[in-house]
Design a protein around this ligand. Sequence first.
Ligand code: FE2
Length: 317
Amino acid sequence: MVYLLHRFFGRDGREEADAMLERYSGDANHPRILGAFNERTPDWLAFFMFTYFTDRDGKFQLSALAESSFDPLARTTRFMLIEEAHHMFVVESGVSRIVPRTCEVMQMLGTDDPAWIRAAGAIDLPTIQRYLNFQYSVTIDLFGADHSSNAATFYSTGIKGRYEEDKRTDDHVLKDRTCPILGVENGELRSRDVSKLNALNEVLRDDFINDSIAGVGRWNRVIERAGYDFRLQVPHKAFHRKIGPLSATHVSPEGQLINEAAWKSREADWLPTTQDRAFVASLMGRMVEPGKFASWIAPPARGINNQPVNFEYIRFN
Ligand SMILES: [Fe+2]
């Protein structure tokens, strides 16, 4: 965006670009606007969850801009999407290697008891689920308010489109169309119809949700093949939200509206605790011996550029 402002909008553009960089980089006194980018990623599990969910947000925001009627913006973002695909690949070599290792340890020990799994240096599935719940919920907040007149303006003026606009069969104008969004009515979670133009953040959030569920399904097939009933799942859309009307509520991962006391009593089952984070941090050691892997992650199926796993990428001649 900064590049486009410099390239196409003269002096106004350059000033706006400076202000934009200030706003987005943030410091201790002025945290970045987008919450998920302020969360700490101190260990590899947090990092891989970040790349899986939060980088995928990047893919969707860029895909919406790739539909822009301002051609330089559309072309730049299409180009950036190529790099984003590589980020998506990184995660495939992350969580997709942690889950098999956990399953392997469960089979080896003949138990899924988290205490035993942890003692063997692997990350138990409930802890992986809590990390997933956290990263998923802070990421879906990034799509913005469920009901947004800005989103309508961006769309109607052609700055942004929807994800894969060309695959949609409606009129692409969306006047008089509606879309359901979630809210609380008489102490219950209910969806109500609002103008689709104002709900475009929600439309993009739903596209993101559908896309992220696919990978979780792949992790679950590994657990299923290992013979265990546990299934990882993305929590309900209203779980642990900090943006929009849902931020005023407490909702369980299953989508049950609950009170503050119930939330407090279950929070440690649903979100990573200080102890969880300390445990995962305790696993983060150096493993530099060729052919050996840390106790919490399986070897990759193949090396980078399809080389064997033990390929000598760096030679010290
Ligand atoms: Fe990315």
